[in-house]
Design a protein around this ligand. Structure first.
Ligand code: 13P
Length: 251
């Protein structure tokens, strides 16, 4: 069995309601049928309308960018996993570096979020990756190992099997400074080796590991052709239909 290849768009905090509708319409028009999955991770306010726009397209899926770790309750301004599911989301990004940095999300909190998301039947896209200082110091493997151990490796294999991992070096996010295909491959192979140690080689072979960080139409093909890179988590380039679809077509 070949592992699933995915291109996921992370819109971050971009697009008004109408702009979001226009973007999805353009993506739907341009996208060719394929076996690879495409996931649109939109702001909460778009989920309902995007779900309706993509419901007849089998390889297009819906995702959110965050959710709360508790199931419900007095958490003003927050959104629960059950709410996401109720509007048709299948995926949710957990542990994006922007959540870690600007909202102080810790490894412990992310472990809770992953459990909540899996408990309800949503699929986490779990982000890991190092800041520039760590890369310069050469300790990126230790950091990524710590992030995975803290939030994912406590899971039973049956649950871990539902997780998509996204390696996003923080120094490459929104900077135009993409990791080289070799740097991406090296880290993805390392992550796969860690999964193999923990859950066995078969599970490691089946785990989808995405690359994120300034992935664009002009570099996606080379990144995706690396043996351990199974697709991408795309920020800026997911906001333009032509660019996003070109990346989807880069396998
Ligand atoms: P950019 O593609 O804009 O660098 O963002 C990557 C990212 O953070 C996706 O989650």
């Amino acid at each position: 069995m070949r592992r699933t290849q995915i291109v996921a768009g992370n819109w971050k905090m971009n697009k008004t309601y109408q702009e979001g509708r226009d973007l999805v319409k353009a993506i739907v028009e341009k996208l060719q049928p394929s076996d690879n999955k495409v996931v649109l991770c939109t702001p909460f306010i778009h989920l309902n309308s995007v779900a309706a726009s993509i419901k007849d397209i089998s390889n297009l899926h819906l995702g959110a960018q965050n959710c709360h770790q508790e199931m419900r309750g007095a958490y003003t301004g927050e959104v629960s996993a059950a709410m996401l599911q109720s509007v048709g989301a299948e995926y949710v990004i957990i542990g994006h570096s922007e959540r870690r940095k600007y909202f102080s999300e810790s490894d412990e909190l992310l472990a809770q979020k992953v459990k909540t998301v899996l408990g309800i039947g949503l699929l986490p896209i779990f982000c890991c990756g190092e800041e520039l200082a760590i890369r310069e110091e050469g300790t990126q493997n230790q950091l990524v190992k710590k992030q995975l151990e803290a939030a994912l490796f406590g899971l039973e294999e049956e649950d871990f099997a539902k997780v998509v991992i996204a390696y996003e070096p923080v120094w490459a996010i929104g900077t135009g400074k993409t990791a080289t295909p070799e740097q991406a491959q090296e880290m993805h192979a390392y992550i796969r080796a860690l999964i193999s140690e923990k859950y066995g080689e078969k599970r490691a072979d089946l785990t989808t590991i995405l690359y994120g960080g300034s992935a664009k139409p002009n570099n996606a093909k080379e990144l995706f052709s690396q043996p351990d890179v199974d697709g991408g988590l795309i920020g800026g380039a997911s906001l333009k239909a032509d660019d996003f679809v070109a990346i989807v077509n880069s396998f």
